[in-house]
Ligand binder design. Structure first.
Ligand code: URA
Length: 251
């Protein structure tokens, strides 16, 4: 547990450093302090039951050890009913691909085809993502890891709400801790906003490097956006972003 807390603390410090650097770049020179949360105290740290020491709870949030396995994270998710999205799903769409991937792609949430098959990015946008990975980058889809910020399909493919994203976030964090990718590609605004910790404009931040829990993050356009705006310029921009991500994952 001590080791897992040390790991979490290191991730947290790296994320805070990256955020402060970004805010400074944007001209923010002052942050108003918030009142401390009474729940997040040393006394609130407790081991979760039946998890072989991989999980802890701090202030009611799940904490993962240095390297949980994807199976452990999936088991902790269980037959989830933590948010309203569970009521409309056919299947939980956890993730797909190489558990030791250097590159991890994080999208928004399952669509109809993903919900039906229980796999991420297997509909039209998924076909384009697969093409970008296989034909564009020249690597098999099975060599990367792919998941979403929410694991159940939002109704009518709407953007997931903040409380739905918050309920699923510990499991995304667990997936990142399990895979330990060298680079994360954030697909579109919702996943980029989550990883960067603020509401972003994807046109502004795509193609620039950021960090989440110590992992370099490259935001790019979502493949569904590229399908709607299938211009040579947009395809070029995504290609540039993916190539930069692949190169850094191999550096
Ligand atoms: N399919 C997914 O799995 N995620 C998305 O964000 C879009 C389509």
């Amino acid at each position: 547990m001590e080791q897992s807390l040390a790991g979490e603390a290191r991730h947290l410090i790296a994320s805070v450093r990256a955020l402060l650097a970004e805010l400074a770049e944007e001209g923010v020179d002052r942050i108003e302090p918030e009142a401390a949360s009474p729940e997040t105290t040393a006394e609130s740290v407790a081991a979760a039951p039946g998890d072989g020491g991989q999980l802890g709870l701090i202030g009611g949030e799940l904490l993962w050890g240095e390297k949980p396995t994807l199976d452990e994270v999936r088991a902790a998710l269980g037959d989830c009913t933590r948010c309203r999205l569970s009521g409309g799903r056919t299947r939980i769409v956890f993730g797909d691909g190489n558990p030791d991937a250097d590159l991890m792609f994080i999208g928004e949430g399952p669509g109809a085809e993903e919900d039906r098959r229980g796999l991420p990015f297997v509909g039209r946008a998924g076909d384009l993502l697969t093409q970008m990975i296989e034909k564009g980058l020249g690597i098999p889809r099975s060599s990367v890891y792919i998941c979403n910020i929410v694991k159940c399909r939002p109704p009518d493919n709407r953007t997931p709400l903040a409380d739905e994203v918050a309920a699923c976030r510990p499991f995304l964090d667990g997936q990142i801790s399990a895979v330990r990718p060298r680079v994360i590609v954030a697909l579109g605004k919702p996943s980029t906003s989550l990883l960067l910790g603020r509401d972003i404009a994807i046109t502004r931040v795509r193609g620039t490097w950021h960090e989440y829990r110590g992992v370099p993050v490259m935001p790019t356009f979502h493949p569904a956006y590229i399908l709607r705006q299938y211009t040579p310029q947009n395809r070029r921009l995504v290609w540039d972003d993916l190539k930069a991500a692949l190169d850094r994952s191999r550096a």
